[in-house]
Design a protein around this ligand. Sequence first.
Ligand SMILES: [Zn+2]
Length: 384
Amino acid sequence: MKSLQRDRRYRVALFTSFCVACASCVAASSTGSTIAQSRVWTTHEGKQAPKNVILLIGDGMGPEQVKAAGMYAHGTPGKLSFEQFPHQGEVTTYSANNSITDSAAGGTAIATGVKVNNGVISMAIPGDGQPLKTVLEKYQAAGKSAGLVTTTEMTHATPAAFAAHQQGRSQQAEIAQQYLNTTRPEVLFGGGGAGMSPKAAKSAGYTVVINRQQMQALDTETVTRVSGQFGQGHLPYESDGVGDLPHLREMAKTALNILDNDPDGLFLMIEGGRIDHAGHENHLQRNVMETLQFAETVAEVFKWAENNPDTLIIVTADHETGGLKVLKNNGQGQFPQVSWSSHDHTGANVGIYGWGPNSDQVSGTMENTDVFYLLLGQQYVTGD
Ligand SMILES: [Zn+2]
């Protein structure tokens, strides 16, 4: 958190010294969106890649969401699990056609290293319209097992960007088809329906589980492909109670125990998908509880990584939602006083936190597209 704040001050200083009264800069700084200097990355992808790569995305989790959750949980910001990671920075979020991204373009930027138009799932639009190879697909080609875990519908935009290719995020039936029959990640844990069905998953060779008990009864040493279809639609909010469905932390733990049977390693994307929904609702309690479950999930992943050397963990967000601003810390166990300025996404930069091999490439202000190269184990050769 400290480095985030320092970087932000540095950037503001640059703005005032070089572009006084420049209308576009004033507009950009008012939304918090800044264009980072482009980095050039080494191209020996795969060669130096970590054995295990785990990416956690808090959908809609801007710096103020992190701060509010930290105040509630610890009485002070800066103490959440991922805020202890050694390498921290911030990430731009704008898409190819909008200063404010949606989760499809935000997920695609991280998954493929290319900024696309809002709504697009990992295809070159603008561009030649061809599918863009994702980090998950690249690691599958390198022999690793792969998984997607989310609290939203399984076929929602963020996970889809890693294992599907569609012109529009609403093509959820087609996204499910591509998951089950084309990319075939070993683990697919998320909300059911929206294109997914137990029948389709079973006929594609997946073991299907539909609640926590079934998920935890899996023999994670022998099962090979699992589709967790938990309820219909998104999973419930943490603060509403998840009933007999699993928490994000539990899904992540089971996913790791399944994927880590592969001697070549794993790629796993875990999304705290409903931080965003609570932000759209301007619902602080839900927002904080979703963010804290996400932080607990990072802690669970960290526990696993400590026993599995050569693991890179990257924690970031695709965008901020709600224009949240913390006004006053009310101490541990109390929700801080806040204001919201939007019911939609904003153009604010978001945090990025790294632990493990190659995480030293996290620094300063990065483009969201840089995260792709970072995940592949590349190092930047020029840029800030
Ligand atoms: Zn949203």
